[in-house]
Design a protein around this ligand. Structure first.
Ligand SMILES: N[C@@H](CCC(=O)N[C@@H](CS)C(=O)NCC(=O)O)C(=O)O
Length: 201
């Protein structure tokens, strides 16, 4: 299976970790966005967004990191990264959509303002954008904190695609200076995830 990725991207890390957990071999094609490699016609033909990650599995092209992780998990159901029953699967999808709608975009805004602008000489962070992202996160992150206060993983006892996808998003949140100090259950969960071989590698 081929993966087009950017090594530092949290969205690509979700795919690499899921593949490692499942024992799926990836042939990695790393792109350098600073050289515009993600905007080259041969790549945009596969992913019209010009974003990473994208996979190709025997001619099947797929982009959007959470969809890719679900696809990988469904290829190897015996590994039980995605609950098999309809309610369990819907619960997993609920958390993936939650992360993609309420957390991921705000973390990306913080990254853009606090990290990439500085790196690309784009000037100081815009305080209005930072404040708006922080306000949204302040509303939604406590929901996950509550979920993890009484159970080791997002769906309960078992490790799943929800831990892989949301764990990478929250790992990125930490890297863009989102303060996780008020969220001890999330911090403990991230430590548990990072102790897994697939995460360490
Ligand atoms: N919703 C997408 C987001 C993908 C995304 O934003 N990827 C970033 C890297 S983490 C990217 O390709 N940025 C380059 C760009 O926007 O041109 C997913 O989950 O796959």
């Amino acid at each position: 299976m081929k993966l087009w990725d950017v090594p530092v991207s949290g969205n690509c890390k979700k795919v690499r970790i899921a593949a490692r957990e499942l024992g799926i071999e990836l042939e990695r094609m790393s792109l350098d966005p600073s050289k515009g490699e993600n905007q080259r016609p041969e790549y945009v033909e596969k992913n019209p967004m010009g974003k990473v990650p994208t996979i190709e599995d025997d001619g099947f092209v797929l982009w959007e990191s959470a969809a890719i992780v679900v696809y990988l998990a469904k290829k190897l159901p015996a590994k039980r990264l995605l609950p098999a029953d309809p309610r369990g699967e819907a619960d997993a999808l609920r958390w993936l959509f939650w992360g993609a709608s309420h957390v991921g975009p705000n973390v990306q805004r913080l990254g853009q303002e606090r990290v990439y602008k500085a790196r690309l000489g784009g000037g100081p962070p815009d305080p209005a954008i930072v404040a708006a992202a922080e306000k949204e996160l302040a509303r939604f992150v406590p929901v996950l904190e509550q979920q993890l206060a009484s159970q080791p993983h997002v769906l309960g006892r078992d490790y799943s695609v929800a831990d892989i996808v949301l764990g990478c998003t929250f790992d990125s949140a930490r890297m863009v200076q989102y303060d996780l100090a008020p969220f001890p259950a999330i911090r403990a969960w991230l430590e548990r995830l990072q102790a897994r071989p697939a995460w360490r590698e």
